[in-house]
Ligand binder design. Structure first.
Ligand code: ISL
Length: 528
């Protein structure tokens, strides 16, 4: 099945390639860069939202599910991109944002118009608490209460994100059918599937009780962490909704042309894995991001992989991620040398990898001067906490793609919406194409190597996970050994073999039963 063998590449549409000189990238820019994506060897592209939107959350606030925002282009541009991608053998996944719309979506305008509106029940409206305050203590992901009062009708509406992102009421079958029609709209156009936004948050408990306090919360942690989320996350109804979405996908699937659902789900494994049973092809496994990167030791990484591997049934296909548009850049979290090691890990584990644009050249978090901060998550904190506490937000990982060393990095002809990282002069695609030992070449080699049937489908077994070295076996003859330290390490191999790839890209040689790993080196060994 294609999605088991695929590498998915995430494009953040605002930041990939501008073609009309407005400083914001566009759909046409993705089309023009298809040859690059093809040369990288990826199989599928996932596009974050490019739909009509007031852009309060940069597209995750949709005012029209079935049209392209003019800043990104037109539906015709999208059709052309899709056609050319398919001609090159690249699949295209689009973002589906079912949990909330923009407050400017016609559905919400109708819903808020009056308490008797036929669409009143399309969103979640509640009377104020007896003191006039919000109905309960639920907090928004972006800080502050998850409820906003609509003065005109005297009720609060729920928004787990911005006040400009009201939550749809998924218990209402009309809402569900409307979203399934949205899916059909894009499936008929030919998309290969969806990355579904906040899939684990679709339903809320009907009693709307206060969330209990989180005993682990400490000052400095984010607001929403003050409480547990037992009434807003992972509710039983969600599984039924996932099943229904899967049916819509199956209406359009044929052998070799399965339309797939990738689910954004931040949950512990036992809960996460239940989304497979509900029919989600790839419930995102973010554990390397939120447990691995902060504690980059072999013992920890092996635990993360083994727990997952031991819980998966043979119907569940694994997947791995190291970065996305909500998380600090891989190369900033691990440093340049270990980012290469991280890439080797991601592409040699069992399961479908998803790769974030720019990580293949080791792009780092951009430095965003306070007056240029755009991310609403950061700006809301600033309003509440004051300038001096301004958290970095998510802009640093969304800076323009660094194509070459010309002004604005070949991204645009004008000042881009977020500053280009100044390191673009030396860190860019063109420079790395010319450097045979660059991270770009490493990623390309890893993606190509991953096509080996044993690396795709072979079993995973931990070989060693201690003293800075993490080594594992894949299938019959592969051994991957990564050195997570800056010190030289030695590893006894089960038998001799051949180093076929090193993160340093400078040796391919026979090894005996003793493998020497240089500082920050990862190697893939083909055992005899
Ligand atoms: O960024 C996060 C964790 O580090 C999350 O809080 C994130 O906001 C959450 O996972 C939901 O993300 C998705 O939905 C949001 C949107 O802002 C994010 O960009 C998107 O990935 C609302 O649609």
């Amino acid at each position: 099945m294609w999605w088991k063998e695929a590498v998915i590449y995430q494009v953040y549409p605002r930041s990939f390639q501008d073609t009309n000189g407005d400083g914001v990238a566009d759909v046409e820019g993705v089309r023009r860069r298809l040859p690059y994506l093809k040369s990288l060897g990826v199989d599928a592209i996932w596009l974050s939202p490019f739909y009509k939107s007031p852009m309060k959350d940069f597209g995750y606030d949709l005012a029209d599910y079935c049209d392209v925002d003019p800043i990104f282009g037109t539906l015709q541009d999208f059709d052309r991109l899709l056609e050319e991608a398919h001609a090159l053998g690249l699949r295209v996944l689009v973002d589906l944002v079912p949990n909330h719309t923009s407050s400017e979506h016609p559905w919400f305008l109708e819903s808020r118009a009056s308490r008797n509106s036929p669409k009143r029940d399309w969103y979640i409206w509640k009377d104020p608490a007896p003191d006039g305050g919000p109905p309960n203590n639920w907090q928004s992901f972006f800080g502050g209460p998850a409820w906003t009062l609509d003065e005109a009708t005297g009720q609060y509406y729920l928004h787990q994100f911005l006040p400009e992102q009201p939550d749809l009421n998924w218990r209402n079958p009309e809402v569900r059918e409307a979203l399934y029609e949205v899916m059909r709209f894009w499936l008929r156009r030919g998309v290969d599937g969806f990355r579904v936004d906040v899939l684990w948050l679709l339903a809320e408990d009907l009693l709307f009780k206060d969330e209990p306090g989180n005993p682990d919360w400490r000052p400095g942690m984010w607001d929403r962490g003050r409480h547990l989320h037992i009434f807003t996350e992972d509710q039983p109804e969600t599984y039924a909704y996932v099943r229904e979405m899967r049916q819509v996908l199956d209406e359009f699937s044929e052998p070799g042309r399965e339309r797939v659902m990738v689910g954004e789900i931040y949950l512990p494994y036992p809960q996460l894995l239940r989304y497979y049973q509900a029919g989600c092809h790839l419930p995102f496994n973010f554990h390397l991001i939120f447990r691995g990167l902060p504690d980059w030791r072999p013992e920890n990484l092996a635990r993360i992989v083994e727990e997952y591997e031991s819980l998966l049934t043979r119907w569940d296909w694994p997947n791995w991620v190291l970065g996305n548009h909500d998380q600090p850049r891989l190369a900033s979290r691990l440093g340049e040398a270990q980012a290469r090691v991280g890439a080797m890990l991601l592409f040699t584990l069992r399961g479908t990898p998803t790769w974030y644009y720019g990580d293949e050249i080791g792009m780092k978090n951009g430095e965003i001067p306070p007056e240029k901060v755009q991310d609403p998550a950061a700006l809301r904190q600033k309003d509440r906490l004051g300038e001096h506490q301004l958290p970095p937000g998510r802009d640093p990982e969304r800076t323009p793609m660094q194509w070459d060393d010309t002004p604005f990095a070949g991204f645009s002809t004008v000042e881009p919406w977020l500053p280009v990282n100044p390191d673009y002069k030396t860190r860019n695609v063109a420079a790395q194409e010319n450097d045979p030992r660059s991270m770009l070449h490493l990623v390309r080699r890893l993606i190509a190597l991953r096509k080996d049937p044993d690396l795709l489908y072979g079993a995973y077994r931990t070989y060693r996970a201690r003293e800075g070295v993490y080594a594992y076996l894949r299938g019959e003859g592969w051994l991957v050994a990564i050195n997570l330290t800056e010190k030289e390490k030695a590893l006894e191999l089960p038998r001799g073999g051949r180093v076929v790839l090193t993160t340093h890209l400078d040796r391919e040689e026979r090894v005996g039963e003793r493998l020497l790993l240089r500082p920050d080196e990862g190697v893939v060994v083909r055992l005899d």
